[in-house]
Design a protein around this ligand. Structure first.
Ligand SMILES: [Zn+2]
Length: 315
């Protein structure tokens, strides 16, 4: 069984990378380390927040939790995802560095804290918060994520999305059409994408982790099969080769999402076969069903063993 794959020192070294990658526990579904989430927040507080222009009037702000996209213009700033609240100073400086326009709208791609913890200060700074109805539902109450060994307190009212939708929503902001669409349960049960039509940029939240095994949150409706369905939906959207922003990792293109989908499907098949044969989780881990993918995908905090376990419980 993979137990404490990381020494404490290794964990802290990797956690600075992880600050930009969200919350990842070294032992996922066993009794684990309840310090993981606090450590991630501490590391985000120290991380350097950077910003760069992608295309047209869309910028990317990185360094605190999930990737933050910013659409700016005469109507003010529309922001996708909020990072951790401890990064307020760095994120605010990055936003001010884009231009002096005020923050008007915030869209949450899903409820996870590395994408929503900054909601409260961004709302106080002027943002109306938009999300899928399940994002509001989870943020409004105490929510346990078993794999993180962590229970998130209910968010204050000012941090909750006030404009929620169940299927699709469109906005016209800064002479741009912004289309939001729900995936059905995937990484959680609250995932949406945000499509900036004129800029040709699609933010897909945590339905895509570029180049690393993804986390899957079974505690709030995520599953390997839902994750695969979302990957297929993303690829189906990309009839033109538009720029895609993942929840974690660098922006990429259709071919990167195809590779991600193929990895998910390949590992699911391998793990499902072992489980059908009656292998226990430990026996499945010993068979190393991810081995042909590990060199590319298994070099980050979701280790091959962790990802195997996340797939095993869902097939
Ligand atoms: Zn997430």
């Amino acid at each position: 069984m993979y137990r404490n794959n990381f020494t404490r020192r290794e964990w802290f070294q990797s956690a600075s990378i992880a600050a930009g990658f969200g919350l990842i526990a070294p032992r996922l579904l066993e009794a684990g380390n309840p310090r993981i989430v606090p450590m991630m927040i501490e590391e985000s507080a120290k991380a350097k927040i950077t910003s760069r222009l992608l295309q047209r009037n869309i910028s990317l702000v990185e360094g605190s939790g999930g990737n933050i996209a910013v659409l700016s213009g005469q109507d003010g700033k529309l922001i996708v995802d909020a990072g951790f609240r401890v990064s307020k100073t760095g994120i605010k400086a990055a936003l001010d560095g884009i231009d002096g326009r005020p923050i008007k709208l915030l869209i949450n791609t899903h409820w996870h804290t590395d994408h929503t913890d900054g909601n409260e200060w961004l709302h106080e700074a002027g943002a109306t918060i938009i999300a899928h109805e399940n994002t509001r539902k989870h943020l409004a109450v105490e929510t346990r994520v078993d794999a993180w060994e962590y229970t998130f307190a209910a968010s204050p009212a000012s941090a909750l999305p006030t404009k929620v939708f169940s299927s699709e929503r469109k906005l016209q902001v800064n002479s741009s059409e912004v289309r939001m669409k729900y995936y059905t349960p995937a990484h959680t049960d609250s995932d949406i994408h945000v499509h900036f039509v004129e800029a040709d940029i699609l933010h897909v939240g945590d339905t895509w982790w570029n180049g690393v095994y993804p986390f899957i949150d079974y505690s709030t409706g995520g599953s390997i099969d839902g994750t695969i369905r979302a990957a297929e939906a993303n690829i189906a959207m990309l009839n033109r080769d538009i720029l895609v922003i993942p929840g974690h990792g660098e922006p990429g293109h259709k071919q990167d999402l195809v590779e991600f989908r193929d990895m998910l499907v390949g590992i699911r098949e391998n793990v499902a076969k072992l489980k059908r044969e009656g292998r226990s989780l430990n026996e499945t881990l010993a068979a190393k069903p991810t081995s042909s993918y590990d060199a590319k995908w298994g070099q980050f905090l979701i280790t091959p063993a962790m990802f195997t376990e996340l797939v095993y419980v869902g097939v």
